[in-house]
Design a protein around this ligand. Structure first.
Ligand code: A3P
Length: 341
């Protein structure tokens, strides 16, 4: 849990209250526009705190992503790679953190101010400290821009990302309704649910989504990686699905702890891949039955992070026309950048 006092975050409430707002994905809160991106106030508060207080060490590594692009997977893989020296990965070691801890809780999250606590398992057995963030590159604390920290960015096809986001927030909303200790008496709680997918789609296409516009998020890291290719590694979810082993090797190299010949011979890469596969993570007891604590009282089932894990699953929920619409928008926005999904 964060050890930042509530008061020190309070001062950001006013700054946030002065930002432009948009009624977004009802019944979720309004989104606020900060430096050309849309944020929920809760995350923005943490981001502003980080802006003013976070001081990275040059060896820190950031796992960055927009929402629902494969960050759980990236965290599990990175964490396993970084800590592989202290655990047997053959399934016989009950102390493997991934078996007892949801991947998100293995790595401190910048917007939750978790860097001020020292009890992160990520530090254990590895020389590097991993952090995670959903902030666009341009909204990361300047201290990170000015550092030589390494950043891994994972992105994903916008259509699958959108569908994944809609399902996730739908679950989150229905959870809040069920568990809200202080329900609004004017609302009929049985009927509160997230706006229909078509409505959310229109908002997403206008860029109005948590940490959106999504394409601008991707562009922010893409442009930064062109300027600083040694320190910013961009991964596409679809590429990682196709050949996870190569990306596990690339990640390890990038972290400065590449696999030794001996490890290669022992099949350690394959074990990392297997342990972090969708099925393996989904079926772990901790991810099946646990709750991931969204800080300050809000919760979501850990199982919400493991829905389908299928490339192209959007076709079950969006029409061809909708698919073409978003592809068209993204193509236009990314034109000339050299990036393609
Ligand atoms: P779907 O909703 O399409 O199934 P994030 O982790 O950034 O929240 O992204 C969530 C998406 O990643 C979900 O996509 C989820 O199922 C998928 N996912 C989670 N763990 C995965 C894994 N180990 N391998 C592949 N995809 C995974």
């Amino acid at each position: 849990a964060s050890n930042i006092s509530h008061e020190s975050l309070e001062k950001y409430v006013e700054e946030i209250s002065n930002l432009p707002k948009e009624q977004g994905w009802r019944p979720l809160k309004d989104l606020c526009l900060y430096q050309n991106f849309w944020f929920y106030p809760f995350f923005l508060q943490g981001a502003l705190y980080a802006r003013d207080h976070f001081r990275p060490r040059p060896t820190d590594i950031f796992l960055c992503s927009s929402m629902k692009t494969g960050s759980t997977w990236l965290k599990a893989l990175s964490f396993t790679i970084a800590t592989r020296g202290s655990h047997r990965l053959d399934g016989s070691d009950p102390t493997i953190p991934l078996r007892t801890t949801v991947p998100h809780d293995c790595i401190p999250f910048l917007e939750f101010n978790e860097y001020s606590t020292t009890t992160t398992v990520a530090a254990e057995g590895s020389k590097i400290q991993l952090y995670a963030s959903h902030l666009p590159y341009t909204c990361l604390p300047k201290s990170i821009h000015d550092s030589n920290c390494r950043i891994v960015y994972i992105c994903r096809d916008p259509k699958d990302t959108f569908v994944s986001l809609w399902f996730f927030l739908k679950k989150f909303v229905s959870n809040q309704t069920k568990t809200d200790p202080d329900p609004d008496p004017d609302q009929d709680h049985d009927t509160v649910s997230l706006i229909p997918i078509e409505e959310a789609f229109d908002l997403f296409c206008k860029g109005i989504s948590s940490y959106g516009p999504y394409w601008e998020h991707v562009l922010s890291y893409w442009e930064a990686s062109k300027r600083n290719p040694e320190n910013i590694l961009i991964i596409k979810y679809e590429d990682m699905v196709k050949d996870t082993g190569s990306w596990v090797r690339k990640l390890a190299e990038f972290f400065g702890c590449g696999f030794s010949e001996e490890e290669e011979e022992k099949g350690v890469v394959e074990r990392v891949v297997e342990m972090c596969s969708f099925e393996s993570l989904r079926d772990m007891e901790v991810n099946k039955s646990g709750m991931k604590h969204e800080k300050r009282g809000k919760e979501i089932e850990s199982s919400a992070y493991f829905r389908k894990g299928i490339v192209g699953h959007w076709r079950n929920y969006l029409s061809d026309e909708m698919g073409k619409k978003i592809d068209g928008i993204v193509e236009e926005k990314l034109r000339g950048s050299g990036f393609r999904f």
